[in-house]
Design a protein around this ligand. Structure first.
Ligand code: ATP
Ligand code: MG
Length: 752
């Protein structure tokens, strides 16, 4: 018996791990080891209790979390992970539907439509039923449909609850959209969950099999489950009732995705025999950071107080920094990150910059590029959203499921094969008249005498395409996934086409990266390999792209940072209207969610925390002066300092060299900023999307923070300096006239 593993737990965690019979609720604050308890519980079940891994189901919030948990488990209970069912609700349901979906009319080869595909489908739906997207924005409709689905509402049920004309439009679109999904043999993300619930409702024998299989079920981040997910948990645990859920109501931040923190309380109601465990010791953060966090969350009304304490050192004070504007804010972050990395105390990969909205990353990125400091952006340049990756995936999807018209449309003329938009429209109309999918129409046009009214040239082009895909479909039954990969690139002409594109090298590298993904599935039988490959491609989330070992500071939204931890955390934009977001200012319950979001951010930090704000910020096209965030007001002043820490250690030559070498290396691999050219006049030096080693730290005479004097504008402070062609651009905040952008060679600036 291997009970040694329990020594790595404190007594409360240990109890939570050992109570394995019946429903268990573990409520605990950030960094108290909730995720660790789940991991150890699984190891305990396998090593000590002797449960077969096959009987264990564990739900994580991201695929990345699942991967990490598997890595830990591989050490704790070697050889067990391949048989455990572990992943997000979405990936688990995708697997169930793939195996069992036929029972409710879902074909085994279904594809999963992402937000982009969904938008295309809705656009077509709007055209087909005459809904004007200008009056009824498709994004709003998409989110209404998604919301309905996460509340288990079919179009019929939604209709019963609809009140407004907009709701009525949503119902019509929802109905038509569902029809189109079916015609494409596709499901969207919400369907993965919803259809699984329906499957279990309608097929009790199927449910029974899964209920019997999953003797032990565990769910992490339970506070962010929505109704459908909770329903699944109840269904699956219906037989053995060994269900352990782990959550922190103070970290519930996804109500906009219909997550409902009441599920934590409903669990207590629905499982009255549950045992409850509280974990109070925080292992992650310094005492100072923990107290700052507690001060912030204490202002929320709708909460059960969770005690939290730590044995960790008080650590450094939290830095509260005011910058003049968002550019300066970014600059402070980058230079501080650079300084710490040069001191050797932290690696760049130990640091993260957290922000409220994606848009805030742009200025940060520009600054990182400008100073040549490597960074990785979690959202924004999602690998799977890159054009060449989507194109190639569309080939795979079409081969897997020819009914997928969205994929078909994406590649029918990529690379160009003489199939014009007009002929496509005509072909679609012809297909509709005959009630055929686009693929069936192509098939009919190629093989029967009943042909659509198109020119013979157009018909020949369609025929050529049809034969191409048909051959690839046949190949897919015999070849390995990697062989198929090669065939697609070759026969479709896509590889040749890519070579003629600007940025060809980078695009081919992305294709190579996709190939490494495919490689993981290569040993499976052909059909399965393709299914699993496509499924994994559909289900990656932004956070999954975060590669731990790669150097570089992580740029990430507060939402995505959930569950993660970093030795050093910068939170930028600590201002009213930013954090808290302006949409929450009038709504007390939204305000509470913003406070929780801030709390999540603060509690990601292990040793150092910087809270930055800008006096003036450009938002949505205009420059605004925002008050400091109300959350800062909740922090005890003895826990903070207004100045940056003194140097950690002398800046050694090797330290500097290390970063420099890194930047050079980074410039050879595809940097993540390629699709995001800086848009302002303060653009850093960028060539072909790659950072050029600028002569950092830039201006020869002036640097940020220097007091300067100008013959006309008077006294001011240097905000930023930037090399421009043969010169330097300097931004100065003058006492009299405010911000001015000057060229060094013209401005008669003196130090003063
Ligand atoms: P969050 O609410 O942010 O998801 P959590 O409660 O899931 O946090 P974990 O991520 O499991 O917390 O743990 C936080 C950190 O504390 C991790 O680095 C973990 O390894 C460490 N930790 C937890 N419990 C212990 C322990 N008993 N001994 C040593 N380290 C621990
Ligand atoms: Mg956790």
């Amino acid at each position: 018996m291997n009970t040694e593993l329990l020594n790595a737990l404190n007594p409360d965690q240990r109890k939570a791990v050992e109570s394995i019979d019946g429903p268990v609720l573990i409520v605990a604050g950030p960094g108290s080891g909730k995720t660790r308890v789940i991991t150890y519980r699984i190891a305990y079940l396998i090593n000590v209790v002797g449960i077969r891994p096959y009987h264990i189901l564990a739900v994580t919030f991201t695929n990345k979390a699942a991967r990490e948990m598997k890595e830990r488990l591989e050490k704790l209970a070697p050889g067990s992970i391949k048989d455990i069912t572990m992943g997000t609700f979405h990936s688990i349901c995708a697997g169930i539907l793939r195996r069992e979906g036929e029972a409710i009319g879902i074909n085994r080869d279904f594809v999963i439509f992402d937000a982009d595909d969904q938008e295309k489908l809705l656009k077509r739906a709007a055209e087909e039923i005459g809904v004007d997207p200008k009056k009824f924005p498709l994004k709003k409709i998409a989110s209404a449909i998604s919301h309905a689905k996460s509340q288990l509402q079919t179009p019929e049920r939604f209709r019963d609850k609809s009140h407004s004309y907009f709701d009525e439009i949503v119902v019509r679109m929802y109905e038509h959209y569902e029809k189109m999904l079916r015609a494409n043999n596709a499901v969207d993300f919400d369907d993965l969950l919803l259809k699984t619930v329906f499957l279990f409702q309608r097929q009790p024998s199927v449910l029974k099999r899964y209920q019997e299989r999953y003797v032990h079920i565990m769910v992490d981040e339970f506070q962010d489950t929505n109704l459908v997910q909770y329903e699944l948990v109840k269904q699956l645990s219906g037989h053995h009732r060994n269900i352990a859920v782990v959550g922190d109501p103070d970290q519930s931040i996804y109500s906009w995705r219909a997550a409902d923190l009441r599920n934590v309380f409903n669990f207590e109601r629905d499982f009255p025999d549950r045992s409850v465990h509280y974990l109070e010791q925080n292992y992650r953060s310094t005492d100072t950071i923990l107290q700052v966090a507690s001060g912030i969350i204490a202002d929320n009304r709708e909460r059960k107080e969770i005690k939290l304490w730590t044995q960790n050192e008080p650590g450094d004070k939290v830095c509260l920094i005011e910058a003049y504007n968002e550019q300066e804010e970014a600059q402070i972050v980058v230079r501080e990150a650079e300084r710490m990395s040069a001191s050797g105390k932290y690696r760049l990969a130990d640091m993260a910059v957290l922000y409220r909205t994606n848009a805030q990353s742009r200025v940060l990125e520009e600054s990182f590029i400008h100073y040549g400091v490597p960074y990785k952006l979690v959202a924004g340049t999602r690998f799977y959203e890159r054009r060449e990756v989507k194109d190639l995936v569309a080939y795979f999807r079409l081969i897997h499921n020819p009914a997928d018209s969205v994929s078909l449309m994406r590649i029918i003329n990529v690379p160009t094969r003489g199939i014009g938009d007009k002929s496509i429209v005509d072909m679609q109309a012809w297909a509709r008249q005959r009630d055929l999918t686009l693929w069936q129409a192509l098939e009919a046009a190629s093989s029967s005498d009943d042909k659509p009214p198109l020119t013979s040239r157009a018909l020949a082009a369609f025929d050529h395409f049809y034969r191409l895909i048909q051959t690839l479909i046949e190949d897919s039954r015999q070849l390995s996934l990697l062989q198929l990969f090669g065939e697609i690139l070759e026969r479709s002409g896509y590889q040749l086409y890519l070579k003629t594109q600007p940025d060809a090298e980078e695009r081919l590298e992305n294709i190579a990266e996709l190939r490494t993904v495919a490689e993981q599935f290569n040993n499976l039988p052909s059909g399965d390999a393709l299914s699993f490959f496509l499924e994994s491609v559909s289900l990656v989330s932004d956070v999954d792209n975060l590669k731990e070992n790669e150097g570089g500071v992580t740029l990430i939204t507060l939402h995505q940072a959930k569950g993660l931890e970093f030795p050093v955390v910068f939170i930028v934009g600590m201002e009213e209207s930013v954090l808290p977001h302006f949409r929450s200012l009038e709504d007390p319950s939204q305000m509470e969610e913003e406070r929780r979001l801030c709390y999540v951010g603060v509690t990601r930090a292990r040793q150092r925390l910087y809270l930055l704000r800008a006096f003036r910020r450009s938002m949505m096209g205009s420059s605004k002066v925002n008050e400091p965030s109300r959350f800062l007001g909740a922090i005890r002043s003895d826990l903070t300092t207004g100045s940056l820490p003194k140097a950690d250690a002398p800046k050694t030559q090797t330290g500097v060299k290390k970063i420099y070498e890194y930047s050079t290396r980074q410039a050879q691999t595809p940097p993540r900023m390629e699709t995001r050219r800086p848009a302002t006049s303060m653009a850093p030096v960028v060539s072909a999307g790659r950072p050029v080693k600028s002569d950092r730290p830039v201006a020869p005479l002036f640097k940020t923070g220097d007091q300067v004097s100008h013959p006309i504008f008077g006294d001011g402070v240097v905000i930023s300096t930037m090399p421009v062609k043969n010169d330097h651009e300097i931004v100065v905040s003058f006492k009299t006239v405010g911000l001015k952008k000057l060229l060094l060679s013209f401005a008669k600036l003196t130090k003063g």
